[in-house]
Design a protein around this ligand. Structure first.
Ligand code: IFM
Length: 463
């Protein structure tokens, strides 16, 4: 049994589900542009329709209520609310989220709002994108407006989802929008995403609402493939860039010295200005943790087989550590090629609780893609996803028992959706979506999760 008040949620993001990209005054985002470029998305897919959540949100909220979710984590689309990324706001865009939130509240589902899940307004990219410091300021203005408009009905706020991805997949490997391959710019982007988080926290706090505000990181335990010095150095480097660059900045107010040294050949770090780290590390009410897998790494020359291969032609996101290889650690993998390892979740939670104490923690994304199919009887059996979620929830329970301040869990994702550069080929949903008809079908993992929520624990199984 989980403690009373444990948050049982599921998560999505605007660009992956909404569609209706030209409706009601929405502006263009970097992902609209990226999807329009040849070779960027597997199969030439795009998110023009996605899963049509913009029109079907009422039915989707009803599904959440049927599952018994106590919370729903979603993101707002910046170009829907502020089409140019600066200047005028679009009342119709804001209204959509007000209607969505009211619908959630009418079922007693707590809305958890993420301000940025990767859909930067295109005009801001044209002006330099995240490598430009001004983008952080634009984001704080945007955060202030959304918070002023919605904090009367939304209590839980998070700033930037997975800044590592926006910085290093967007500006170093180029496998995400805007598709740039500029390592030095990616480093600036990473700092400005952290700064955007800090400035947004400041702007929201200034409004004196009763909001719970957090940041959101994607973290991985990193294991050296062997005890060799080269492999241990590889693990230190990847841990530094993936985990500590963000955790230390947000929670300790400093960038790790070893990471800055690894990257010294790229920049003199002049873009880190006095006072930035104090802004970035303003106290948080919660830390949102996205966990999927563990990395096993090798520093041996030529050991570059990648467990996290990009689907399209791209560079390396591991700036300054491009030589590091990602090795299969021998565990079963999901259809993304990601190793299933719930012990990694415990390891990273333990570490965060020990190294950055006193911040309430939430698993804000956790889940797995598998090649689901709808059966002749119309049902979707996904035993591997069910086992994945069960194992990770059991680990969450063990974490709580051992004193880690973990207070909730959000499955990724509520529904199958547009998986970025992978298009629609990777299904993460608890709910199956037929992309031709937009019909939604609860998978067996969804029925199992609903059962767990009903029991408040993992006593019964639906299948
Ligand atoms: O779909 C993504 C999500 O947008 C961010 N976190 C990881 C998920 C699976 O790749």
């Amino acid at each position: 049994m989980f403690p009373t008040g444990f948050v049982w949620g599921a998560a999505t993001s605007a660009y992956q589900i909404e569609g209706s990209l030209s409706a009601d005054g929405r502006g263009r985002s970097i992902w609209d542009t990226f999807c329009g470029q040849d070779g960027r998305i597997v199969g030439g897919d795009n998110a023009d329709t996605a899963i049509d959540h913009y029109n079907r949100y009422r039915d989707d909220v009803k599904l959440m209520a049927d599952l018994g979710l106590t919370a729903y984590r979603f993101s707002v689309s910046w170009p829907r609310i502020q089409p140019d990324g600066s200047g005028a706001y679009n009342a119709q865009g804001l209204d959509f989220y007000k209607r969505l939130v009211d619908e959630l509240l009418s079922y007693g589902i707590d809305p958890w709002l993420t301000l940025y899940h990767w859909d930067l307004p295109q005009p801001l990219e044209d002006a330099g994108g995240w490598p430009s410091r001004d983008t952080s300021k634009r984001f704080a203005d945007f955060a202030a407006t959304v918070h002023a408009e919605l904090s009367d009905r939304v209590r839980h706020w998070s700033t930037v989802n997975e800044p590592w991805c926006s910085a290093f997949l967007g500006y170093a490997s180029g496998e995400h929008a805007p598709g740039r391959r500029e390592p030095a710019a990616a480093l600036r982007a990473a700092h400005h995403l952290n700064l955007a988080h800090g400035l947004a926290v400041q702007a929201m706090r200034a409004q004196n609402a009763d909001s719970q505000i957090g940041g959101c990181v994607n973290v991985y335990p990193v294991t050296p493939a062997t005890g060799s010095e080269a492999d241990q150095d590889a693990a230190r480097r990847i841990d530094g860039l993936q985990n500590r660059f963000f955790l230390d900045a947000l929670l300790k107010g400093a960038y790790p010295e070893d990471v800055l040294a690894d990257l010294g050949h790229l920049s003199d770090m002049e873009f880190i200005q006095d006072g930035d780290l104090a802004t970035i590390s303003a106290p948080l009410d919660m830390l949102l943790i996205n966990y999927y897998s563990r990395f096993t790494v090798s520093g041996a020359p030529g050991g570059a087989a990648s467990a996290a291969a990009a689907p399209t032609d791209s560079g390396s996101p591991w700036i300054g550590s491009e030589h590091v290889g990602f090795v299969n650690g021998g565990r079963p993998v999901t259809s993304m090629g990601w190793e299933v390892d719930d012990s990694g979740l415990y390891e990273i939670l333990r570490r965060i609780a020990d190294e950055y104490p006193r911040v309430p923690l939430y698993i804000s994304e956790n889940g797995a893609a598998y090649d689901d199919e709808i059966g002749e009887d119309g049902s979707v059996h996904d035993p591997e996803r069910l086992a994945y979620i069960e194992a990770h929830l059991r680990t969450c329970h063990a974490a709580i028992e051992s004193g880690i301040p973990l207070q909730g869990y959000f499955a990724w994702s509520l529904m199958d959706n547009f998986e970025w550069a992978w298009g629609y080929g990777k299904r993460f949903g608890l709910v199956y979506v037929d992309y031709e008809t937009q019909a939604r079908t609860l998978k067996s993992s969804a029925l199992w999760y609903a059962d767990a929520i009903r029991h408040g624990g993992l006593l019964g199984r639906a299948q």
